[in-house]
Design a protein. Sequence first.
Length: 246
Amino acid sequence: MRIQAVLFDLGDTLVDEKDFDGWTELARRFYLDLDPDTLRHAFIEVEAAVDGEPHAYGREEALVDFWRRTLARAAGKELDEGTARKFIGAIRESEIPVRLYSDTRRCLNLLRAERRTLGVISNSTSEASVRRILDRVGILDYFERVVSSGTEGVEKPNPEIFLRAVRRLAVRPEEAMYVGNLAQTDAKAAEAAGLHGVWLNREGFGYGEDPPEIISLLEVPLMVRRFEVGGEAPPHRDPRGSTGPR
């Protein structure tokens, strides 16, 4: 079966929205003396820990809890909810740096050359905000559809947001592949909706099979062909161009 459509998460998949240097400076407003590298490690650890956890009190409360735990881990002390809320407010008032990953455009060009339909599914404020980011980094024109949780009223890992996207692309779930940076919220959730899910783990080694794991977007075309033939993964090709073990 041909994979007709390849869909992507936005942040930490197509674009890098993390600003550990800037966040460290913001934290000093709240008497938190952090190191950017320590904050980075804390962010990654808490992100992995909460991946797939249900948002019992809604997305905003989950965001507050995430930053409370992240800042507390980085600072090595307990942190109150109010400080986390003020920190989030300071982030929202700042200019968000958005950088296109070096492998993004090449991946999209390869898929477009193979006549794959491309789309984005993002847990985000709105479809308009996602489109602004894609336009800002110069890749909006690659995507046939953009689906945002803020506009849809449903978010990952709920299968419904994936199903809405494939319906609008006029493909069956099994004809679509989804790539995101979270194993549960992205890859496993896409699988639950009937799509082929792939975990982009830029911090990892690419050994995982449940869900299938890659370390670079340059591996996406190889994963597409793997799903199409239904066999084992092709030999790993290092993103820098050499073929060999990870």
